[in-house]
Every structure is written in structure tokens, then in C-alpha cells.
Design a binder for this molecule. Sequence first.
Ligand code: NAD
Length: 304
Amino acid sequence: MAERLGFIGLGAMGLPMAKRLLGGGFPLLAFDQNPAALQALVDAGAEAATSIKDVADNVECVLVSLPTPDVVKIVALGEGGVCEGSRVKTFIDLSTTGPRMAESIATGLAEHDIAQMDSPVSGGVGGAEKGTLAVMVAGPEALWDRYKPALEFIGKPFFVGETPGHGQMIKLLNNYLSATAMVATAEAFVVGAKAGLDPDVMVEVICAGSGMNTAVRDKFPKSILTRTFDYGFRTELMHKDVKLAMEEAEALGVPMWVGQPVKQWWAYSLARGGNQEDFTHMVRYMEEQAGGVEIRSRRNAPKE
Ligand code: NAD
């Protein structure tokens, strides 16, 4: 029988990832501070823990998918955190925290004889549901060998190396590119809408051409042309990722000219829409600045 694993943080990403592990035959002991989120996984077959420490007292390996670096730090090293667990030996962090936070958590956990594998993921909620995420793993190679079979139910795991934080570094660079593509694509489609182009035709042409990226291929058709703005990733998290990438670049002495306006766009969207809004709303603020154009599919629209 597969090893029983702990899972903490059952939000937009955590819940589908945990369900994939259950589906792969891994029994789970789970916890979330939101009882409804926990119940959703219990309904899928997991056992509910009463606290973070309860998880860490009863399994050797705890996976977490938590919103921000500070929350991961509290869950890992705070009072009643994973570090106080009597049984836990491995902490697999699927969240995006940035390399320096990953390093500091690894150091803190090592004092309690717990090894960290920073293992952030990319591919969105759809990828989490389908088990097609890219998983970027940094940590001790022996643990990679041990937990790779479990991570394969979440997506495609890549071993980045043993240096703590290197999984996070690749993840931030990946998301910097994704965040930049989103802003640039919004600009291109706003210009197209103003010029009178059909946005569905723009998607088809660009996907067959050299401008193709994940915003044009996935995000615009699913959540913007439909005006549903429901892709499943919050502006707050997008802003966090770009900010963390810029901080790393600055610490390494690399100027990021393009990153500055990209970060500004996400900061502006966050100021406009608040913490909980889906990141695709950013396009609405850009449409507004262009004089109120709308990037809306004309297909299946009611005839005037
Ligand atoms: P989310 O806010 O939907 O989920 C976070 C979950 O953690 C919530 O259920 C919340 O109740 C729980 N939680 C928060 N604090 C807790 C605590 N102290 N103890 C126990 N549970 C706690 O966030 P998400 O979108 O699932 O993202 C999770 C992580 O994955 C983030 O680091 C994010 O940057 C990263 N990520 C998200 C996506 C995406 O498309 N949503 C893609 C790749 C990576």
C-alpha cells in the first residue's frame, strides 16, 4: 500500500492536487483552516486532521499548498506548526514562496531534523485537475527518488537540484514570463478591438503564428472572450509572483526593464480589484484606459 501523506492547504490548487494523490492510491491526512475546503477533500476520501500539528504527528511527509510566503513560514515554523510534529521528516512545499523564503524555511526545518523539498507548480487549476502541472523540485536526491512517484500524479516532476530555493527560482522566472505575456497580450487585443478586429480570429491567427503564448492560447478564449473572468488564479498571487521575481533580480544585480511596467500593471489591477479578484479582470482595466473597448467573442452572440 502506498505511503500515507499529509496535505495542508486545500484551495484552488491544493484541492485538485490532493484529489489526484487520492486517485493515485495515496491515503491522505489533510488539514485546512477553512472547514468547507477540508470537507471537500474528506468527501473525496481523505481523513481530516484536527490541526497542522496533528498532520505532522501522524505522517512522515507533509505536502502544503498555501497562498503566501508568510503563511507557509507560519505553517512550517510557527507555534503549532509542522516543525513541532513528532513523526514528520519531509516537508514538500508546492506553494510559490520565492527562493530566499524557501532557503530560510529549509534552514528552520533542518533544526528539527525535517528536510524540505521546494516543489512549486505551474499549469493553473486546469493543470491541477488533469494532473499535468510542471513540478519543479529542489531538495535531497534521496527524497526526490522516494516521492517522485507521488508527484507524478500531480504532474510532470523535474529535479532541479539539491540547492534549496532553486525550484522556486525557476518557478518565479516561469511566472514572470507568464505575467508578462498576459499584459502584452491584453495590449495587443485592446488595440485589435479598437481597430475593429474579431477577437476569435485574432486567437486563431496568433495561435498559428509566432505570437502564440499561454494567454492567447488558453486564458483569452476561456475567460476573456467569454467575459467570465474566472480562470482560477487571483491577481494578488500574480502580483506576488512578479514582485518576488523582481526582488530576486535586484538581489542578483540584474536590471529588469520590462518587469517594471509589468509589475505596475499587476499592482494597479490589485488596487482596483482587491485581493480576491481573478487576474483576468486586469484586461477590463486596460480596456477602460483605451476608451472603453471590449474584447468579446462575436460567436454565439444574439443577433441584433
Ligand atoms: P488559495 O488561496 O485558493 O488556497 C490556499 C488554501 O490555504 C486555502 O484553502 C486556505 O484556507 C488555506 N490556508 C491559508 N492559510 C492557512 C493556514 N494557516 N493553515 C491551513 N490552511 C491555510 O490559493 P491557490 O490558488 O490554491 O494557491 C496556492 C499556492 O499555489 C500559492 O502559493 C500560489 O501562488 C500557487 N499557485 C497557484 C496557481 C493557481 O493557478 N491558482 C498556479 C500555480 C501556483
